[in-house]
Design a protein around this ligand. Sequence first.
Ligand code: FES
Ligand code: FES
Length: 236
Amino acid sequence: MNENQQEEARGESDRRSSPPSRQSNAVLVESATPPSDDGGAPQLTRRSFLMWVGSSGALGALPAAALAAPVAASAPVAAVDDALVTVRLTVNDVAQEARVDVRTSLLDYLRENLQLTGTKKGCDHGQCGACTVHVNGRRVNSCLSLVAMHEGDSVTTIEGLGTPDRLHPLQAAFVAHDALQCGYCTSGQIMSAAALMTEPCGRADTDVKEAMSGNICRCGAYSNIVAAIRQVRDAG
Ligand code: FES
Ligand code: FES
C-alpha cells in the first residue's frame, strides 16, 4: 500500500468512528421549517414537531395564550360550596350562625353580615387598630382573624360595650375629654382601652401609651385619649 492509499484508508476509518449524534444535530440545526412529506404537506408527529421547535427557536414565536392554554385547562376548579363553612359564635351576647366563605375576616363578617359597622376598617393589614374587638375578653385585630377560626367564641364590639343611653365609662370619658376629632379610630381606641383595664399595665402615662401603641390616631388626639383612660383607671 503506497502513501496515498494509506491516507485514504485513514480518512475512511475516521468517518466510520465519528459519533452519530453529531450527524443528527447537524440535521436539526439545518432544519428551519417543519418536516413535510414529498408533496410539501406538513408531516408532523409529536416527536418531529418537538425536534423542529427545539432546533429552530419557534417556541418564542408562539402566542402566550397558546402556551398557557394546556396549563389552564388542567388546573383544578374548586366547587363554590367547598369554600363555604358554617360558623356558630356569640356576638354581643347574641348567638349567631352563618354560612360564610372560609376567607371571610372577622372584621368583614361583623360589618357585612351583621351590619355592626361601629368596628372600622382602616388599613386591613393589622397596622392601625381601628378594627379592634374583644374575643373571649382579649383584644384582637379583627382584620387579621378569619371568622371561621371563631367557632364557639364570644365576640364583643363597640356596640356591645355600651349604648347611647348607657355609655361605658370609657365612652363617657372619651366624650368628656374630647378624645377624638374625626372619630374613625375611636371605637378601636375604646375597645383597646377597655381590654387594657384587665391587662398588666403600669400606672404611668408612658405605660398606657405603650399599651395603646397598636392604635393609630391620624388626628393626633393622643394626649386626650391618655387623659380619658387615666380618668377611668383612677376611678377604678
Ligand atoms: S383595619 Fe385592622 S389593624 Fe387596621
Ligand atoms: S380621631 Fe381621627 S383618627 Fe383618631
